[in-house]
Unconditional design. Structure first.
Length: 218
């Protein structure tokens, strides 16, 4: 008896509109993908940007668990594995302290006050999977993440910008990009209902941010 495949998985070519066997590489070679790449190919990796191209967003100016600059709601039956978080300060502010905090909490405020909805994108750009999470920036009010909840800070940056930085440049020309990576700083998982927040202070810095995570059913 000859070998028969249980499933004949085929996808439609966007250029020719013809259906062909699904493959992860151009030639369809067999390879072993690591956990992240495997989930990327499955369409389980997502990102959200705050600020795009030449349009940064202005931070609230204080680190407070009730007014996050980025708020990600993780619903029931969903869990996320944060992969990376990058924060880029657009311009330094003379003689000002910078503080960045990212945290997760076992609670979830599903009706935050204010906030701007942010689009969550699949990092496999032709994959149709959507995220179950909700992302908002500039949130003006949520239930405190530390009130009767398990609150875990996983990223913190502190710095002081000295006097007279060069106009319209970063402090003394140094890059002002601050990045957390699970592969370097230790992985974590947030199982819904829960939330993730990014807070930026101690002044109203203009910034860009990108959060990336793997999302699976809980």
């Amino acid at each position: 008896m000859g070998y028969e495949r249980d499933v004949d998985l085929r996808v439609q070519n966007f250029e020719t509109e013809q259906f062909q066997p699904a493959k992860a590489t151009n030639k369809g070679e067999i390879f072993t993908a690591d956990w992240y790449v495997a989930n990327l190919l499955k369409g389980n990796v997502f990102s959200v940007n705050v600020g795009t191209v030449t349009g940064p967003v202005t931070a609230a100016g204080t680190v407070a668990t009730t007014t996050p600059d980025l708020h990600l709601q993780i619903p029931t039956n969903t869990k996320i594995f944060p992969v990376s978080l990058a924060v880029n300060i657009d311009l330094a502010i003379d003689d000002t302290n910078l503080e960045i905090v990212a945290a997760i909490s076992n609670g979830r405020d599903s009706s935050p006050t204010g906030g701007t909805s942010q689009t969550i994108l699949n990092r496999n750009n032709r994959n149709g999977n959507g995220s179950n999470c909700i992302a908002q920036s500039d949130v003006t009010g949520i239930t405190s993440m530390v009130t009767d909840r398990d609150y875990l800070e996983f990223f913190r940056v502190n710095g002081t910008f000295g006097a007279t930085p060069v106009a319209a440049q970063s402090e003394e020309g140094q890059p002002m990009s601050y990045t957390w990576r699970a592969t370097e700083d230790g992985p974590l998982v947030a199982t819904g209902p829960s939330e993730l927040a990014l807070m930026i202070g101690k002044s109203t810095f203009a910034y860009f941010a990108t959060l990336t995570w793997v999302e699976l059913a809980a």
